[in-house]
Write a protein of this length. Structure first.
Length: 229
């Protein structure tokens, strides 16, 4: 059977609470290819997610297996979450360096044309799965330096990574716009009313890292008390 031109246009939207809604065209109800179309979309989106995660891991510089494992879990959970769509307009690079402070972040806009040319290809079109949520624009390179981690405390390390990613989206205009593009209207109103620190905490918990954030905060409080003593 020859595929229709619209093949792969089905969209699956995941809401908090693991509720999934499938968005289709009216004519999809009578289409014999609907099941194959849906499976194709799922496989394509999963491949896209895994490709992005693999690129981040390959290009980042993580010195310890412990942090590498934590980073893999954080990225997998974030890309699979309802807010995961916001990540696809960003290239995150993580560098683990031995310094005193916990972490720093940089945000560097890079045109999509330049990224395509460095890969030896031609400028790519916007991903077909999300034509209405994002217009073709710059890819944002976000560099996160991890200058201290908490040995043996996996939850705290995951909380640290999730906190830094959320902080990126809460501290600059591009990140704020990207997050608001995937939030519900009621959440957008709430997000606008929060200061950057509260936004960071809210996003970490919205991404599903409440326990990990608490473990990270406990470790940070321990460090603070040690410095005072």
């Amino acid at each position: 059977m020859q595929r229709r031109e619209c093949f792969g246009s089905i969209q699956e939207v995941v809401f908090r609470g693991d509720l999934t809604m499938t968005q289709t065209r009216p004519e999809c109800r009578e289409c014999q290819d609907m099941r194959a179309c849906l499976n194709y979309v799922r496989e394509r989106d999963e491949l896209r997610k895994q490709t992005m995660i693999a690129q981040i891991i390959d290009l980042s510089r993580i010195l310890s297996n412990e942090m590498g494992s934590c980073l893999l879990e954080v990225l997998s959970r974030m890309y699979s979450s309802p807010l995961g769509l916001a990540l696809f307009k960003n290239l995150f690079l993580f560098f683990e360096v031995p310094r005193e402070s916990v972490s720093h972040t940089w945000t560097i806009p890079i045109s999509s044309t330049i990224m395509d040319l460095t890969r030896g290809g031609t400028p790519a079109d916007e991903p077909e799965a999300y034509p209405k949520r994002f217009s073709k624009s710059e890819l944002i390179l976000r560099i996160i330096l991890i200058q201290r981690h908490f040995g043996g405390n996996r939850k705290a390390n995951i909380g640290l990574l999730a906190h830094e990613i959320a902080r990126v989206f809460s501290s600059d205009d591009q990140g704020i716009r990207q997050i608001m593009a995937v939030l519900a209207e009621s959440e957008v109103r709430k997000f606008k009313q929060l200061d950057p620190d509260t936004r960071t905490k809210w996003l970490v918990e919205l991404w599903g890292f409440h326990d990990e954030l608490e473990a990270f905060r406990i470790e940070m409080e321990v460090l603070r008390l040690k410095k005072k003593s």
